[in-house]
Design a binder for this molecule. Sequence first.
Ligand code: HEC
Length: 117
Amino acid sequence: MIRFVYILIIVFSPITWGADDGGLLFNGNCATCHHLQKASSAPTINEIRERYLQAFPNKHEFINYLSSFVLNPSAKKSLMHDKIEKYGLMPQLVFEKESVKSIASYIYDGKIEATTK
Ligand code: HEC
């Protein structure tokens, strides 16, 4: 029985960690500019999510495309040219690829309301 519990912990902990990571990383790195409802210096995360979901309903493609933009923002890759005109291109920030992927997965899942104000 004890061994069974250990296996459960080993199997499930990375998944839970991954999910939590995405939320924490989003709040720490993106939420300063990307608010939930009110756009001030950048589009809201809801607007971004909707635009990206329309283009990439598939989660895997959503994560890949969004991550590649964030790791290296360029007008060429943008799905939101109107926002670039309004706010200027998103600055290039230094992130780990894996962190950006878990943030992208978190955005796709759409549970942002539960953790941000
Ligand atoms: C310093 C402010 C700032 C921070 C921090 C920031 N962004 Fe942005 N972001 C912007 C601005 C401004 C835009 C709108 C212009 C554009 O699309 O490039 C934008 C646009 C975007 C877009 C849409 C890109 C497009 O044009 O298709 C995505 C996706 C995005 N941000 C994701 C993120 C994620 C994920 C993080 C955190 C890892 C983050 N941003 C952090 C300012 C920021």
